[in-house]
Design a protein. Structure first.
Length: 532
């Protein structure tokens, strides 16, 4: 028999029996008013005191002690484990087990997980479904013994149900892998004497949704008989790429299986910035080395060149704010150190590349012959490339706030667009059709003269009569006029630099790309505890 017992000030009070087995027994014992009198009708619960066995006695303090023991010995560092420990250590009541035993909510959770996990390629082991199922049977059949006393089973079952529930709910809603952590611990920027990474390059700066306190409270509130099943099923991603990948998974080869699962995981991540219906946006998929500019009724696509493996293009989301025509290029210190500094004092090198040198403190220009390699390496001097033809940024740059000083821009070396692997830059994204992208950034029907001024400023031939007349009046010996220097993008255009190795393009085609930066491998390693 299973008793519920509370202890207050050392006093023991026998409570109601729990479990379906005892409920049935009690019904037989009490009978009903129309039944014949039982010759033991004067029996009471006190008559069964001698049957009370320690393994069957539920005690709130003992359950709490068992929960604390479980928390101490659970070394899982996942979000689900941390939040489960936090919940029980805060003194919260049991979620799944009560004085009546364990009800259909536990069955629903187990049923949903066993239905959904195979379609995700996930193992049941990480959710402890077999152990949970065994303990549900123990509770319902009162199958307790010295190795599995009631208090231990009740604590263990409640803990594992909560952990499995939060693991699935948070994982499907926000992702089972945290990209902020995994992708920002991918490239070591410094190492100790043994080769162990000390710091890492930040490579992921997308504003993501993460499960916080409000989500935990919401999830706990949904553990009710009438909502838990529908709630769990509502968490599955509904975007078309996830759905198609899920259909491909059962018949995929071993080599393709992880690629599919990693891209399914990317579909679970929730970005805070998403385009509004009808809003135009730009997306760059790094493994594709391709850009799509998506409007309400059109799609502009083009090849791009991205960062090399050693100088990866960071993944980010932002909004394009303005375009700068014929920009100057302030050369990063890393390039000065690797390529420029050794030419200190060589005026022909600086003239040939249209570089000039300024003192960072005073802004004063210095003659190249007066600057030594050591001075350039000191960081006290800025090297800048003049804007115009031959500038490494090309004729136009598309600027947006970010923490990496990377941008979309034209290039003076278009040959890279003919290559399959276009990982050649120091991190910026070079675009194949900069003028067309500039038109996309403008109003739907921009002023024709403004567009022609942009053409002229970018060294292109004008197409309007006014533009041709303007060019005819110029002295051919004069440099290309810069009629447009700066153009605000209004409204700002959302930009997404992302990384999918299986990708549904905006026109609906499913494409496969190589894992150029090795991110699939990193994410797959982080998911290995889940994958079958």
């Amino acid at each position: 028999m299973l008793y519920s017992e509370n202890r207050q000030g050392g006093k023991k009070d026998s409570g109601a029996l729990i479990g379906s087995a005892f409920a049935f027994f009690l019904l037989l014992l009490t009978g009903c008013s129309e039944s014949p009198a039982h010759h033991h009708g004067d029996m009471s619960l006190d008559s069964f005191k001698e049957l009370k066995i320690n393994e069957y006695v539920l005690n709130s303090l003992a359950i709490k002690e068992n929960l604390e023991h479980i928390c101490v010995n659970d070394h899982d560092a996942s979000y689900a484990a941390k939040q489960t420990k936090r919940y029980y250590r805060a003194g919260a009541s049991l979620l799944w087990v009560d004085y009546q035993g364990v009800d259909e909510r536990a069955d629903t959770l187990v049923s949903v997980l066993r239905d959904k996990l195979p379609g995700m390629g996930f193992s049941e082991k990480v959710f402890h479904l077999n152990e949970i199922a065994d303990d549900i049977v123990r509770m319902r059949t009162l199958n307790f013994d010295e190795a599995n006393p009631a208090n231990q089973v009740a604590a263990r079952l409640d803990y594992q149900l909560t952990k499995a529930y939060l693991r699935y709910a948070a994982g499907q809603r926000f992702g089972f892998v945290n990209p902020d952590y995994v992708l920002n611990h991918n490239d070591a920027s410094s190492q100790d004497s043994t080769g162990k990474a000390l710091t890492y390059r930040q490579l992921f700066d997308v504003d993501m949704e993460h499960p916080g306190d409000s989500y935990l409270h919401q999830a706990i509130r949904r553990v009710t008989p009438d909502s838990i099943g529908s709630y769990l099923r509502s968490l599955e991603p509904t975007n078309s790429l996830y759905t198609q990948l899920q259909k491909m998974l059962p018949t995929a080869s071993a080599a393709m299986r992880q690629k599919i699962q990693v891209n399914m995981e990317r579909c679970r991540w929730r970005e805070k910035q998403v385009p509004e219906p009808g809003e135009k946006y730009v997306i760059v998929n790094v493994p594709a080395f391709h850009l799509w500019a998506v409007g309400s009724d059109s799609i502009l696509d083009m090849r791009v060149a991205c960062g090399a493996v050693k100088t990866k293009t960071p993944l980010l989301s932002s909004k394009i704010t303005h375009m700068e025509v014929n920009p100057e290029w302030v050369i990063p210190m890393s390039i000065i150190r690797d390529d420029v500094a050794r030419h200190g004092g060589d005026s022909s090198y600086f003239t040939r590349h249209h570089y000039y040198i300024t003192d960072r403190k005073t802004g004063k220009r210095l003659a190249p012959t007066a600057v030594t390699p050591a001075m350039l390496l000191s960081g006290n001097y800025r090297v800048t490339q003049e804007g115009g033809a031959g500038n490494s940024l090309g004729r136009i740059i598309f600027r947006f706030p970010n923490n990496f000083s990377v941008f979309l821009h034209d290039t003076s070396s278009p040959g890279a667009f003919g290559r399959d692997n276009r990982g050649v830059s120091h991190g910026c994204v070079r675009v194949q059709r900069p003028f067309d992208l500039a038109l996309f950034m403008m109003e739907k029907e921009p002023d024709e003269w403004l567009v022609d001024k942009l053409r002229i400023s970018m060294g292109m031939k004008p197409v309007t009569e006014r533009g041709r007349e303007y060019m005819d009046e110029l002295d051919s010996s004069q440099p290309t006029p810069k009629l447009v220097r700066w153009q605000t993008v209004s409204p700002r255009v959302p930009l997404f630099i992302t990384y999918y190795t299986i990708f549904r393009t905006p026109d609906g085609a499913l494409q496969y790309y190589p894992d150029v930066y090795g991110y699939d491998k990193s994410i797959g390693e982080a998911m290995k505890t889940y994958i079958q």
